[in-house]
Write a protein that binds this ligand. Structure first.
Ligand code: S3P
Length: 451
């Protein structure tokens, strides 16, 4: 786990302002590296997120013989020399996904299709997250999986090849599960089908056609993928828009700090990622979309946010999968909104990089908020300001750390956020960008770090 690192965040000195571009989308960055590595030919990717999670995915493919050229020092542009669907080499050591759930769940599908055995592990947090949801379907497809507690926890060893097509009816609304099965389906002996209880982010379905592989999505939601012998590197570069999950931190901060007016450039507004905007708009936020356009297969827009008196909301359960990663910062918004905020049907938050319901309830309560934890969500009564002057634990979870830094902008005194180093997994330049719009947040010196 990414332990250590303390952020000190406190009341914003004045309105937030500026025009900023947050880094590339994490989900799409993983998928672009995966498909480019498995394609025949050379793929260029621009807008890649050089966070630790995505670098772990790139490293896994390098460990299996894929050559990657980094085209700039920031590692946002790269060229991948694909080895073809059957060109990966058996790794000579354990593959390490670090903190990255998307990496390990999707790689499980890809490794299930390989005619060699591989062992995958992750950091302490990832080793506690459930793997059965992906292990069960790939076992049904014919892969052998050994691992802790019957393969429910990392490390796991996957021996693949000769997969059968299945129709997977997923019990959880999870894009990672869906994508794992579809990626394994590339190697199956017939059409692979997936149904999910609620639609989830569809970046895999949108990106596969760029590599010459169509995916059918029927009106009843059934997703069908046919097996293939090859993916083809696209002629044009794969362009990755800015990550709405990162943009949301600043959108909430600007909504909360009076007089603020910021613009977030080129943010993905794919409906399956846009639940955060539906929730925050439902709370009365002032968001305006400009220059709606497409980047590759994905819709994007510039989003202008000005401060506004937020109020409570009973979140529509249909919005939960579409906002699943944004609830930590939406809890921060609710803690400072007028009235009651109710979230239900969100028990998946308990199996993310941390138990996000428990972690946010503990941190917000320590900072003075009125939040009641529920098995599948929370009830929050908003206050005009948090008292602050608190030490809180981000539990090595990037989104808890950044959500508390946002909440602190409307506290009466500083909040010290410990175990915040994991910000580097998804948003390495968060503090710099936050400071550039006027947020009061900085990394603590060594002598300020104790919990
Ligand atoms: C992701 C899917 C979601 C999300 C994660 C990224 C993806 O996880 O929370 O951050 O890229 O497919 P689940 O599939 O577990 O809901």
């Amino acid at each position: 786990m990414n332990v250590g690192g303390t952020l000190i965040a406190g009341p914003a000195a004045g309105p937030l302002s500026g025009d900023i571009t947050v880094p590339g989308d994490k989900s799409m960055s993983h998928r672009a590296v995966m498909l480019a590595s498995l394609a025949d030919g050379v793929t260029e990717i621009h807008g890649f997120l050089p966070g630790e999670d995505n670098l772990a995915t790139a490293k896994m493919f390098m460990d299996m013989g894929v050559n990657i050229d980094w085209l700039n020092d920031e590692k946002t542009s790269l060229r991948i020399h694909g080895v073809g669907l059957h060109g990966l080499k058996a790794p000579d050591h354990v593959l390490d996904a670090g903190n990255a759930g998307t990496c390990v769940r999707l790689m499980t599908g890809i490794l299930a299709g390989q005619r060699f055995a591989s062992t995958v592990t992750g950091d302490a947090s990832l080793c506690k997250r459930p793997m059965k949801r992906v292990v069960d379907p790939i076992r049904r497809m014919g892969a052998t999986v050994d691992g802790t507690e019957d393969g429910n926890f990392l490390p796991i060893t996957i021996s693949g090849g000769d997969l059968h097509a299945i129709h997977h009816i997923s019990e959880v609304a999870s894009a990672q599960v869906k994508s794992c099965v579809l990626l394994a389906g590339l190697y199956a002996d017939g059409d692979t089908k997936v149904n999910e209880p609620k639609p989830t982010r569809d970046h895999t379905e949108r990106m596969l056609p760029l590599f010459g592989q169509p995916v059918d999505v029927a009106a009843d939601g059934t997703i069908t993928l046919s097996p293939t012998d090859e993916l083809k590197a696209p002629d044009a570069a794969v362009l990755i828009p800015a990550d709405p999950s990162s943009a949301c931190f600043f959108a909430v901060a600007a909504s909360l700090v009076e007089g603020s007016d910021i613009t977030l450039n080129s943010i993905g507004i794919n409906p399956r990622r846009d639940g955060w905007r539906r929730v925050i708009n439902g709370m009365g936020a002032n968001l305006k979309l400009d220059h709606e356009r497409a980047v590759g297969e994905e819709p994007v827009a510039d989003i202008r946010v000005s401060s506004g008196g937020l109020h409570g909301l009973h979140v529509d359960p249909n919005d939960v999968p579409d906002a699943i990663d944004e609830f930590p910062v939406l809890f921060a918004a609710a803690a400072l909104a007028d009235g009651e905020f109710i979230l239900e049907n969100a028990e998946e938050l308990r199996v993310k990089e941390s138990d996000r319901i428990a972690a946010m309830a503990a941190a917000l309560r320590a900072a003075g908020a009125d939040i009641e934890e529920r098995r599948d969500g929370a009830i929050i009564h908003g206050l005009a300001a948090l008292s602050g002057n608190a030490d809180v634990d981000a539990h090595g979870d990037h989104r808890i750390a950044m959500a508390m830094a946002v909440a602190a902008q409307r506290a009466r005194a500083d909040i010290r956020i410990h175990n915040a180093a994991a910000i580097a997994t998804s948003f390495p330049n968060f503090v710099t960008l936050a400071q550039s719009i006027g947020m009061n947040v900085r990394w603590a010196d060594d002598n300020e770090m104790s919990l």
